[in-house]
Design a protein around this ligand. Sequence first.
Ligand code: GLV
Length: 321
Amino acid sequence: MKKRVLVTYNMFRAGYAELIEKYDVTFPPEGRESFTYDEVMDMIEDYDVLQSMFNFKVDEALITKGKRLKLISNYAVGFDNIDVACATRLGIQVTNTPHSVTEPTADQAMGLIYAVTRRIAEMDRRIRIKGNVHVGLLENLGHSLYGKTLGIIGMGRIGCALARRAMAAGMKIVYTKRNRMSNEEEQKYNAIYMSKEELLQCADIVSVNAPYTPETFHIIGEAEFDLMKPSAILINTARGPLVDERALVTALKEGKIWGAGLDVFENGDYPSDELAMLDNAVLNPHLGTQTIETRNEMAFVVSQNIINFFEGGEVFKVNFI
Ligand code: GLV
Protein backbone atom coordinates (compact mmCIF):
# COMPACT_ATOMS: atom_id res chain seq x y z
CA MET A 1 0.00 0.00 0.00
CA LYS A 2 1.22 3.50 -0.87
CA LYS A 3 2.27 5.75 1.98
CA ARG A 4 -0.26 8.49 2.69
CA VAL A 5 0.81 12.15 2.77
CA LEU A 6 -1.39 14.98 4.01
CA VAL A 7 -0.47 18.44 2.66
CA THR A 8 -2.07 21.28 4.60
CA TYR A 9 -1.99 23.95 1.85
CA ASN A 10 -3.02 24.08 -1.79
CA MET A 11 0.48 24.83 -3.04
CA PHE A 12 1.54 24.85 -6.73
CA ARG A 13 1.81 21.23 -7.81
CA ALA A 14 4.98 21.32 -9.98
CA GLY A 15 7.41 20.57 -7.12
CA TYR A 16 5.21 17.69 -5.90
CA ALA A 17 5.18 15.78 -9.24
CA GLU A 18 7.33 12.83 -8.14
CA LEU A 19 5.65 12.62 -4.74
CA ILE A 20 2.18 12.55 -6.33
CA GLU A 21 3.29 9.82 -8.72
CA LYS A 22 4.70 7.57 -6.00
CA TYR A 23 2.57 8.27 -2.93
CA ASP A 24 -1.06 8.80 -2.02
CA VAL A 25 -1.10 12.58 -1.51
CA THR A 26 -4.05 14.59 -0.19
CA PHE A 27 -4.24 18.35 -0.83
CA PRO A 28 -7.10 20.62 0.28
CA PRO A 29 -10.02 20.46 -2.18
CA GLU A 30 -9.95 22.74 -5.23
CA GLY A 31 -10.97 26.28 -4.41
CA ARG A 32 -9.80 26.00 -0.80
CA GLU A 33 -6.56 27.61 0.33
CA SER A 34 -5.78 25.23 3.16
CA PHE A 35 -7.14 22.69 5.58
CA THR A 36 -8.09 24.02 8.99
CA TYR A 37 -6.43 22.70 12.14
CA ASP A 38 -9.67 20.87 13.02
CA GLU A 39 -9.86 19.22 9.62
CA VAL A 40 -6.27 18.01 9.90
CA MET A 41 -7.03 16.75 13.42
CA ASP A 42 -9.92 14.69 11.99
CA MET A 43 -7.78 13.20 9.20
CA ILE A 44 -4.32 12.80 10.75
CA GLU A 45 -4.85 9.24 12.04
CA ASP A 46 -4.93 7.93 8.47
CA TYR A 47 -1.62 9.45 7.34
CA ASP A 48 2.05 8.46 7.48
CA VAL A 49 3.31 11.96 6.71
CA LEU A 50 2.11 15.45 7.55
CA GLN A 51 3.44 18.08 5.17
CA SER A 52 2.85 21.26 7.13
CA MET A 53 3.43 24.89 6.20
CA PHE A 54 5.30 27.35 8.46
CA ASN A 55 2.05 29.04 9.47
CA PHE A 56 0.31 25.79 10.44
CA LYS A 57 0.46 24.83 14.10
CA VAL A 58 1.55 21.25 14.71
CA ASP A 59 1.10 20.88 18.45
CA GLU A 60 1.17 18.01 20.89
CA ALA A 61 -2.55 17.24 20.50
CA LEU A 62 -2.21 16.87 16.73
CA ILE A 63 1.03 14.90 16.85
CA THR A 64 -0.24 12.41 19.44
CA LYS A 65 -3.43 11.85 17.42
CA GLY A 66 -1.29 10.87 14.41
CA LYS A 67 -0.83 7.25 15.41
CA ARG A 68 0.65 6.30 12.00
CA LEU A 69 2.74 9.45 11.70
CA LYS A 70 6.42 8.89 10.92
CA LEU A 71 7.41 12.20 9.41
CA ILE A 72 6.48 15.88 9.59
CA SER A 73 7.92 17.57 6.50
CA ASN A 74 7.75 21.30 7.17
CA TYR A 75 7.62 23.79 4.31
CA ALA A 76 10.09 26.33 5.79
CA VAL A 77 13.49 26.66 7.31
CA GLY A 78 11.85 27.71 10.61
CA PHE A 79 10.06 25.06 12.62
CA ASP A 80 8.75 27.08 15.56
CA ASN A 81 5.23 26.05 14.44
CA ILE A 82 5.97 22.45 15.44
CA ASP A 83 6.29 20.85 18.88
CA VAL A 84 9.57 19.19 17.92
CA ALA A 85 10.18 17.88 21.46
CA CYS A 86 6.90 15.97 21.33
CA ALA A 87 7.65 14.61 17.84
CA THR A 88 11.08 13.48 19.01
CA ARG A 89 9.62 11.75 22.07
CA LEU A 90 7.27 9.81 19.82
CA GLY A 91 10.01 8.91 17.33
CA ILE A 92 8.64 11.14 14.57
CA GLN A 93 11.15 12.76 12.24
CA VAL A 94 10.81 16.49 11.53
CA THR A 95 12.39 17.98 8.41
CA ASN A 96 12.73 21.47 6.90
CA THR A 97 13.82 23.27 3.72
CA PRO A 98 17.00 25.08 4.78
CA HIS A 99 18.66 26.11 1.52
CA SER A 100 15.77 27.20 -0.69
CA VAL A 101 14.85 30.09 1.59
CA THR A 102 18.31 31.64 1.97
CA GLU A 103 18.68 33.88 -1.09
CA PRO A 104 15.08 35.11 -1.36
CA THR A 105 14.96 36.01 2.33
CA ALA A 106 18.27 37.88 2.04
CA ASP A 107 16.84 39.71 -1.01
CA GLN A 108 13.84 40.72 1.07
CA ALA A 109 16.04 41.95 3.94
CA MET A 110 18.19 43.97 1.54
CA GLY A 111 15.05 45.31 -0.16
CA LEU A 112 13.73 46.50 3.20
CA ILE A 113 17.07 48.14 3.96
CA TYR A 114 16.80 50.18 0.75
CA ALA A 115 13.10 50.86 1.24
CA VAL A 116 13.65 52.29 4.73
CA THR A 117 16.90 54.19 4.21
CA ARG A 118 15.74 55.80 0.94
CA ARG A 119 12.08 56.08 2.06
CA ILE A 120 10.95 54.27 -1.09
CA ALA A 121 7.63 52.92 0.22
CA GLU A 122 6.71 56.11 2.08
CA MET A 123 7.41 58.33 -0.95
CA ASP A 124 5.48 56.01 -3.24
CA ARG A 125 2.48 56.36 -0.93
CA ARG A 126 2.77 60.12 -0.68
CA ILE A 127 3.45 61.06 -4.31
CA ARG A 128 0.19 59.47 -5.41
CA ILE A 129 -1.76 62.16 -3.53
CA LYS A 130 -1.51 65.64 -5.08
CA GLY A 131 0.19 68.12 -2.74
CA ASN A 132 1.34 65.44 -0.36
CA VAL A 133 5.01 65.60 -1.24
CA HIS A 134 7.18 68.63 -1.86
CA VAL A 135 10.08 68.15 -4.26
CA GLY A 136 13.09 70.13 -3.07
CA LEU A 137 16.79 69.55 -2.51
CA LEU A 138 16.42 69.28 1.23
CA GLU A 139 13.14 67.42 1.25
CA ASN A 140 12.56 63.69 1.65
CA LEU A 141 16.09 62.98 2.81
CA GLY A 142 17.14 59.45 3.60
CA HIS A 143 20.44 57.83 4.54
CA SER A 144 23.23 56.50 2.31
CA LEU A 145 24.42 52.92 2.70
CA TYR A 146 27.97 53.24 1.41
CA GLY A 147 30.45 53.07 4.30
CA LYS A 148 27.75 52.30 6.86
CA THR A 149 27.80 49.35 9.27
CA LEU A 150 25.35 46.48 9.08
CA GLY A 151 24.97 44.55 12.34
CA ILE A 152 23.68 41.02 11.82
CA ILE A 153 22.17 39.22 14.79
CA GLY A 154 22.28 35.54 13.83
CA MET A 155 24.93 35.04 11.18
CA GLY A 156 23.62 31.79 9.73
CA ARG A 157 22.89 31.04 6.08
CA ILE A 158 20.51 34.00 5.62
CA GLY A 159 22.72 36.37 7.63
CA CYS A 160 25.71 35.47 5.44
CA ALA A 161 23.67 35.90 2.23
CA LEU A 162 22.60 39.33 3.47
CA ALA A 163 26.23 40.19 4.30
CA ARG A 164 27.21 39.44 0.68
CA ARG A 165 24.58 41.87 -0.59
CA ALA A 166 25.54 44.54 1.92
CA MET A 167 29.23 44.22 0.99
CA ALA A 168 28.26 44.89 -2.62
CA ALA A 169 26.61 48.10 -1.40
CA GLY A 170 29.87 49.16 0.28
CA MET A 171 28.83 48.38 3.84
CA LYS A 172 30.91 47.07 6.73
CA ILE A 173 29.71 43.95 8.52
CA VAL A 174 29.62 43.26 12.24
CA TYR A 175 27.82 40.26 13.67
CA THR A 176 26.87 38.32 16.73
CA LYS A 177 26.17 34.60 16.87
CA ARG A 178 26.01 31.84 19.47
CA ASN A 179 29.11 30.21 18.02
CA ARG A 180 31.65 32.53 16.49
CA MET A 181 32.49 31.84 12.82
CA SER A 182 35.93 30.55 11.80
CA ASN A 183 38.64 33.03 10.78
CA GLU A 184 38.18 31.93 7.20
CA GLU A 185 34.45 32.64 7.26
CA GLU A 186 34.94 35.98 8.98
CA GLN A 187 37.44 36.99 6.31
CA LYS A 188 35.01 36.04 3.56
CA TYR A 189 32.58 38.69 4.77
CA ASN A 190 35.15 40.98 6.33
CA ALA A 191 32.96 40.50 9.38
CA ILE A 192 33.81 41.56 12.92
CA TYR A 193 32.42 39.47 15.76
CA MET A 194 31.06 41.30 18.83
CA SER A 195 28.50 41.04 21.62
CA LYS A 196 24.91 42.01 20.89
CA GLU A 197 25.33 45.12 23.05
CA GLU A 198 28.46 46.29 21.19
CA LEU A 199 26.75 45.61 17.88
CA LEU A 200 23.68 47.63 18.81
CA GLN A 201 25.83 50.60 19.75
CA CYS A 202 27.86 50.69 16.55
CA ALA A 203 25.53 49.45 13.80
CA ASP A 204 23.69 51.82 11.46
CA ILE A 205 21.42 48.99 10.42
CA VAL A 206 20.55 46.07 12.67
CA SER A 207 19.12 42.96 11.03
CA VAL A 208 17.75 40.07 13.05
CA ASN A 209 18.27 36.76 11.29
CA ALA A 210 18.01 34.27 14.12
CA PRO A 211 15.53 31.41 14.49
CA TYR A 212 12.64 31.84 16.93
CA THR A 213 13.27 29.85 20.11
CA PRO A 214 12.54 30.55 23.81
CA GLU A 215 16.05 32.10 23.99
CA THR A 216 15.46 34.54 21.11
CA PHE A 217 12.02 35.79 22.27
CA HIS A 218 12.27 39.62 22.45
CA ILE A 219 16.01 39.70 21.76
CA ILE A 220 15.26 43.25 20.69
CA GLY A 221 13.28 45.22 23.28
CA GLU A 222 13.38 48.47 25.21
CA ALA A 223 16.93 47.96 26.59
CA GLU A 224 18.23 47.20 23.09
CA PHE A 225 16.52 50.24 21.49
CA ASP A 226 18.13 52.38 24.20
CA LEU A 227 21.55 51.24 22.97
CA MET A 228 20.90 51.92 19.27
CA LYS A 229 21.82 55.13 17.42
CA PRO A 230 18.97 57.58 16.75
CA SER A 231 19.87 57.25 13.04
CA ALA A 232 19.73 53.43 13.13
CA ILE A 233 17.20 51.20 11.46
CA LEU A 234 15.96 47.75 12.45
CA ILE A 235 15.19 44.99 9.94
CA ASN A 236 13.28 41.83 10.85
CA THR A 237 12.74 39.12 8.24
CA ALA A 238 12.98 36.27 10.77
CA ARG A 239 10.01 35.86 13.12
CA GLY A 240 7.88 38.55 14.75
CA PRO A 241 8.33 37.61 18.43
CA LEU A 242 12.08 38.26 18.21
CA VAL A 243 11.20 41.95 18.50
CA ASP A 244 9.08 43.48 21.27
CA GLU A 245 6.61 45.29 19.01
CA ARG A 246 5.35 47.69 21.68
CA ALA A 247 8.90 48.75 22.50
CA LEU A 248 9.54 49.16 18.76
CA VAL A 249 6.52 51.45 18.34
CA THR A 250 7.80 53.60 21.23
CA ALA A 251 11.33 53.67 19.78
CA LEU A 252 10.03 54.74 16.36
CA LYS A 253 7.68 57.37 17.82
CA GLU A 254 10.25 58.83 20.20
CA GLY A 255 13.08 58.87 17.65
CA LYS A 256 15.20 56.37 19.60
CA ILE A 257 15.77 54.83 16.14
CA TRP A 258 15.19 56.27 12.65
CA GLY A 259 13.16 53.53 11.01
CA ALA A 260 12.27 49.87 10.70
CA GLY A 261 11.66 47.36 7.92
CA LEU A 262 9.52 44.44 9.01
CA ASP A 263 8.44 41.34 7.16
CA VAL A 264 6.97 39.68 10.25
CA PHE A 265 5.01 40.84 13.30
CA GLU A 266 4.78 39.83 16.90
CA ASN A 267 1.09 38.93 16.98
CA GLY A 268 0.24 36.99 13.85
CA ASP A 269 0.26 38.07 10.22
CA TYR A 270 -0.49 41.76 10.72
CA PRO A 271 1.15 44.72 12.48
CA SER A 272 -0.51 46.41 15.45
CA ASP A 273 -2.68 49.44 14.57
CA GLU A 274 -0.12 51.71 16.20
CA LEU A 275 2.72 50.34 14.09
CA ALA A 276 0.62 50.61 10.92
CA MET A 277 0.24 54.37 11.54
CA LEU A 278 3.98 55.06 11.46
CA ASP A 279 5.54 56.39 8.26
CA ASN A 280 9.05 55.42 9.34
CA ALA A 281 8.21 51.72 9.27
CA VAL A 282 8.06 49.68 6.06
CA LEU A 283 5.68 46.78 6.61
CA ASN A 284 5.43 43.68 4.43
CA PRO A 285 3.27 40.54 4.73
CA HIS A 286 5.97 37.87 5.23
CA LEU A 287 7.32 38.17 1.67
CA GLY A 288 10.69 36.58 2.50
CA THR A 289 10.20 33.40 0.48
CA GLN A 290 7.26 34.66 -1.53
CA THR A 291 8.55 34.23 -5.08
CA ILE A 292 7.22 31.85 -7.71
CA GLU A 293 10.62 30.16 -8.02
CA THR A 294 11.03 29.71 -4.27
CA ARG A 295 7.52 28.38 -3.75
CA ASN A 296 8.21 25.69 -6.39
CA GLU A 297 11.65 24.89 -5.01
CA MET A 298 10.37 24.55 -1.45
CA ALA A 299 7.62 22.20 -2.68
CA PHE A 300 10.29 20.13 -4.40
CA VAL A 301 12.42 19.98 -1.23
CA VAL A 302 9.53 19.01 1.07
CA SER A 303 8.70 16.25 -1.42
CA GLN A 304 12.32 15.06 -1.62
CA ASN A 305 12.51 14.99 2.18
CA ILE A 306 9.53 12.62 2.17
CA ILE A 307 10.72 10.41 -0.70
CA ASN A 308 14.27 10.18 0.65
CA PHE A 309 13.07 9.50 4.19
CA PHE A 310 11.36 6.33 2.96
CA GLU A 311 13.65 5.41 0.09
CA GLY A 312 17.09 6.65 1.22
CA GLY A 313 18.94 9.81 0.28
CA GLU A 314 19.45 13.30 1.68
CA VAL A 315 16.90 14.39 4.28
CA PHE A 316 17.07 17.78 6.02
CA LYS A 317 16.45 16.68 9.61
CA VAL A 318 15.76 19.07 12.46
CA ASN A 319 15.51 16.47 15.22
CA PHE A 320 17.52 13.42 16.10
CA ILE A 321 15.54 10.29 16.84
C1 GLV B 1 9.88 31.17 6.23
O1 GLV B 1 9.56 32.01 6.98
C2 GLV B 1 10.68 30.04 6.57
O2 GLV B 1 10.91 29.78 7.78
O3 GLV B 1 11.10 29.35 5.66
